[in-house]
Design a protein around this ligand. Sequence first.
Ligand SMILES: *Cc1c(COP(=O)(O)O)cnc(C)c1O
Length: 360
Amino acid sequence: MSEYPRALIDLTALKHNLKQVRQLAPHSQVMSVIKADGYGHGLTAVATSLADSEGFAVARLSEAVSLRQTGFKQPITVLEGFHDLQALKLMAQYQLIPVIHQQQQIEWLISSPLSGELPFCWVMLETGMHRLGMSAALIQQHIAALSQTTPLGLMSHFANSDLADDVRNIRQIECMKTLADALQLPICLSNSAAVISLPQAHFNWVRPGLMLYGVSPFADKTGFDLGLKPAMQLQSQLIAINPLQAGDEVGYGGRWTAPQAGKMGVVSIGYGDGFSRHLSNCGAVWLRGQKLPVIGRVSMDTICIDLRGCIDASVGDLVLLWGHPELPIEWQAKQAGTIPYELMTGLTPRVNREYHHGKS
Ligand SMILES: *Cc1c(COP(=O)(O)O)cnc(C)c1O
């Protein structure tokens, strides 16, 4: 028997989405971004399904080590690089690829014999994101010494690639091209939004995350609209149905009042599972072919839904929270005032991940 709530994960959808990346960027190698437990889908299952990516990227050393210990042999890039010599040692030991984004890392690399054992390094150029990255001048100053240590590539990250036709994207691309041409380095720049909407930014390597999970990086589109297949469907069960009289208040703080007599349902999912409390009074669920509103506050373990529109609901019914064409995660995220990335990575360990190959 299945335990609810569960995240039902379609592994063939991940493969389908990787194929979409390849169709969009046919001349680029693909570095699949599987940080944060594969965007909440489960690191090992995601890496296995996306095993024919030319490489993986994760944020932290611990994520990369865990992939190596599970047996993955692909090139693995660690987006935050290393923060001390001990970490550099582990990167060499596990043959990981650091992103070098600050001068201190350059100094460690140049002075440590361990750097000769690294397979590759990405040098992070600041092109407009102003998060992690170094100026072109700083990179040029150290490039000769750096290239003595390991083979190098040039990386940067878009700040606005989800906004089509934004001139800031063009500036970031130009900045990248100028330095890469001067230094004759391969480029890795495009996240999902740029894979889809900025073909001139594909270069040698693309670096998509979100779209691999079938979700849209654009506020006005869903993964379904883009020909992607959402890999995750979040499901739970209706565990109670209760009558309401006009004027009854539902949940903590009585934030929803029944305008007339009717029925409400209780669904076994709450913020303790990662169903955001920001969906109080504004989220929805999909039950028996209908979209029904979340009423009152989201609790730790449960939500309440308005069953006035659904007379045949019964205890035990399957309830979908996202991953359905009529209830995509993009919609739910917008209701919560956030982005799908946060909802997916916010699922807690209490939610069972169950895997299947293309049936649901
Ligand atoms: C997370 C991340 C990505 C992937 O971005 P998506 O929008 O999920 O495609 C790429 N590059 C860096 C540096 C990241 O942190």
